[in-house]
Design a protein around this ligand. Structure first.
Ligand code: 5AD
Ligand code: SF4
Length: 429
């Protein structure tokens, strides 16, 4: 292939963002550069997400928009990767025959061949059990923070979720590889590591479990902060809470998706915990790590969710007082257990419930942030916002804007002067 420019558009979660970093890593090692407009590219990659219908629609319209480029330049390669690629596989070719290759999340390594040769096969979505052992180059754009995969796939089969069908079974990456990667990142000057997986709490490499892995990463010199996403409440152990408390670099923040406050809905969702059990874990977290911030995810309008069930979710938000949440309207994903349940909820009701949830949580978030005014926080400087203000983050994952010039990658003590709904403002001491 002659072309040497790649345009990549990423939809979805951090896992996908990180897969894009790896695809760029592969292509840059083959001499490609990244461009920010599809019209300049020799390869266009859409790294897709299937979590909700909206994400799928966004991808389909982006795909439609590049069709004319292919007409103008038949040499252009259009590649679809990510979760829709895995799910729809060769069927995508019926919808858009101008696609050149379809690559599932387990087969990213094939890009190295595609970069150099014309391959007869177009679809690479077969299961690859060796994924956790394949090391790929990575191009990271943020200079301070880096994502590191520790576990691939998911075994949980939450009733609403498509991920087990797109990212396959759970496979943990060998501990030595994780440690090697973090050490190399520390040497390159990275300060913050986020350990990534659909359910990091079920990490297991021989006798090393997730808390043991955290302890090892905590020992690596040069790394100052460790975060991890995502935790499943059913697997959040007392040992993990103890490890979070004991490891000085592990940040005082946990993202712990609750999804719903009603036990009936949690059971239908196949979440394998009750609201009371969740609450107990929140209590334990707060007793052990007093300043911990807890964020969450909520789905409204799951099938059979009555007004009473929904009220339980509202009450849960009030009782728990999360630092922040992401909330979504339930979106039916074909093939999941939830798709075949009775009692789907109308879009109108879902919209109303979502807006109620977001209003209540906004008030809580604002109140929580206000309580930080006047406090002193350790802030790791990450860069600048669009207005040129310095941005950093507290260990509790809150964004702080500061008006003085400060060096990226350094931690400063900052006095919080003002709290807004989604950001804090402060002055360096
Ligand atoms: N509809 C709406 N939200 C969903 N999520 C996952 N699947 C669906 C769906 N079908 C949400 C969950 C999950 C987050 C990544 O996306 O809250 O934690
Ligand atoms: Fe990430 Fe899930 Fe979207 Fe796949 S479907 S990109 S795993 S959010």
């Amino acid at each position: 292939m002659q072309g040497r420019a790649v345009y990549i558009k990423t939809f979805g979660c951090q896992m996908n963002e990180h897969d894009s970093e790896r695809m760029l890593g592969i292509l840059e090692s083959k001499g490609f550069i990244e461009v920010d407009e599809p019209k300049y590219a020799d390869i266009i990659i859409f790294n897709t997400c299937a979590i909700r219908e909206k994400a799928e629609q966004k991808f389909m319209s982006s795909l439609g928009r590049v069709k004319y480029l292919k007409k103008k330049n038949p040499e252009l390669k259009i590649i679809i990767s990510g979760c829709i690629a895995q799910l729809q596989s060769e069927h995508l070719l019926n919808k858009a025959p101008y696609i050149n290759y379809i690559i599932g999340p387990d087969n990213l390594h094939i890009l190295a061949n595609i970069a150099e040769n014309e391959l007869p096969q177009k679809v690479f979505t077969h299961e690859n059990t060796d994924m956790a052992n394949i090391e790929l180059p990575v191009v990271r754009k943020a200079p301070v923070k880096a994502w590191v995969n520790i576990i691939y796939g998911c075994n949980n089969y939450c009733a609403y979720c498509i991920v087990p069908y797109t990212r396959g079974r759970e496979r943990s990456r060998p501990m030595e590889r994780v440690i090697e990667e973090v050490k190399a990142l520390a040497e390159q000057g990275y300060k913050e590591i986020t350990l990534l997986g659909q359910n990091v709490n079920s990490y297991k490499d021989k006798d090393v479990d997730f808390p043991a892995l955290l302890e090892e990463v905590n020992k690596i010199e040069g790394i100052e902060r460790i975060r991890f996403v995502t935790s499943h409440p059913k697997d959040l152990s007392q040992q993990l809470i103890k490890t979070m408390k004991d490891c000085n670099k592990v940040c005082e923040h946990i993202h712990l998706p609750l999804q719903a406050g009603s036990n009936k809905i949690l059971k239908l969702m196949n979440r394998k915990y009750t609201y009371e059990e969740y609450l107990e874990k929140v209590k334990l977290l707060r007793e052990s790590i007093p300043d911990i911030s807890i964020t969450s995810e909520i789905i409204v309008g799951f099938p059979q969710e009555t007004d009473k069930d929904f009220e339980k979710t509202l009450n849960a938000l009030i009782e728990i007082q999360f630092d922040g949440i992401f909330a979504f309207k339930f979106s039916m994903r074909p093939g999941t257990t939830a798709a075949s349940l009775d009692g789907h909820i109308s879009n109108d009701i879902k919209t109303k419930r979502l807006s109620t949830i977001l209003n209540i949580q906004d008030e809580i978030t604002e109140r929580k942030n206000k309580s930080l005014e006047g406090t002193i926080q350790e802030v790791l400087i990450e860069g600048k916002d669009e207005e040129g203000l310095i941005i950093g983050r507290t260990k509790t994952n809150k964004i702080v804007k500061i008006s003085s010039e400060l060096q990226c990658g350094k931690v400063f003590k900052v006095k919080i002067t003002k709290a807004n709904r989604h950001t804090l403002e402060g002055n360096v001491l």
